[in-house]
Design a binder for this molecule. Structure first.
Ligand code: PEP
Ligand code: MG
Length: 325
């Protein structure tokens, strides 16, 4: 069985009728990028850089960050690597930042909010990523974007940092794509506006579910409500993918839904381009994708959008996969 699945890993992922998707991996450290290509990953769809910061006793400097990003770029041998800028706050602490205690950390001072306030953090990180961009195919993604203002501010800082590095004569990739995580419902609703300006989206279902259904993702007492098959979540996901398609941009997903084979036919039907997951899920998802026809999946997605509860949606998806085993 393992060998059979490994066979799928080596091949690109496409449906029986030739709809091609990119299967990528989520990583937290440069070491995790090693051997990813052999595991069948075609890209890194999410590099959670906060682990570099959390694993350090003080703020990692530009050179240390540069080395880390360069290592990942080189391990992937020119394949895309999406580097997410610092996503700290919420459940993730950095002692040396001395962040204030908050009543609602998940609704508070975290990720891009913190980085736009303490811009030296973001500027240093962007300098490191841009310098590393000379060694591979790096893309930059901003987490926890809630509205266009934050995105525009982040992009303006990027442009300033780039101009400065150019003046210093630093080698860099000519084009570095800039995208946003869609993990706050307000951003998902506004996707058509964002799609005119960003190069790509990556849907973070882990937080998107938390904020859409108002369920703390860490609280087991209410975890029965935490479900990416909630029809409201599916509608938001559809809106994001539709917006990307309407503007010739690409839409990915890096939340755990992307690694769930039950979700795969639905995501295929909605037209998701890039799927980023923990490396252990790659084989199964590739196998599932190659067993489906895109035409059937589009029809399935249309049916699912008529359903009104997570249970009905799970039922329809289970029946769809069972009919294809
Ligand atoms: C997400 O929110 O779906 C995501 C991928 O980011 P994280 O799990 O790191 O918050
Ligand atoms: Mg998140």
């Amino acid at each position: 069985e393992r060998e059979r699945l490994a066979g799928f890993a080596a091949r690109p992922a496409a449906t029986t009728d030739g709809f091609r998707v990119e299967i990528a991996a989520n990583i937290g450290t440069p070491a995790e990028a090693e051997g990813l290509l052999a595991k069948g990953a075609e890209a890194v769809g999410l590099y959670r850089t906060e682990f570099l910061f959390m694993g350090s006793p003080s703020m990692p400097g530009e050179q240390l960050q540069f080395e880390a990003y360069k290592t990942v770029a080189e391990s992937m041998e020119g394949k895309p690597v999406v580097i997410r800028t610092l996503d700290i706050g919420g459940d993730k602490e950095l002692p040396y930042l001395e962040l204030p205690k908050e009543m609602n950390p998940f609704l508070g001072y975290r990720a891009i909010r913190l980085c736009l306030d303490r811009q030296e953090l973001l500027r240093t990180q962007l300098r490191a990523v841009l310098r590393a961009s000379a060694y591979g195919n790096l893309k930059i993604m901003f987490p926890m974007i809630s509205g266009l203002g934050e995105w525009r501010q982040a992009k303006a800082i990027y442009t300033e940092v780039r101009t400065q590095l150019e003046a210093e004569g630093a080698p860099m990739a000519e084009k570095v794509e800039l995208g946003i995580m869609v993990e706050i419902p307000s951003a998902a609703v506004m996707a058509h506006s964002f799609a005119k300006e960003v190069d790509f989206f990556s849907i973070g279902t882990n937080d998107l579910v938390q904020y859409t259904v108002a369920v703390d993702r860490m609280n087991e007492k209410v975890s029965y409500l935490y479900d990416y098959f909630h029809p409201a979540v599916i509608r938001l996901i559809k809106n994001v993918i539709d917006a990307a398609n309407a503007h010739g941009k690409w839409a990915g997903m890096c939340g755990s839904m992307a690694g769930d084979r039950l979700a795969a036919p639905l995501l295929l039907g909605l037209g998701l381009h890039e799927w980023s997951m923990s490396p252990g899920s790659i084989h199964k998802v590739k196998e599932t994708v190659s067993g489906c026809s895109h035409t059937d999946c589009v029809e399935l997605a249309e049916q699912v959008l008529e359903l009104e509860t997570p249970e009905e949606i799970r039922g329809a998806l289970t029946a769809f996969l069972d009919a294809r085993q």
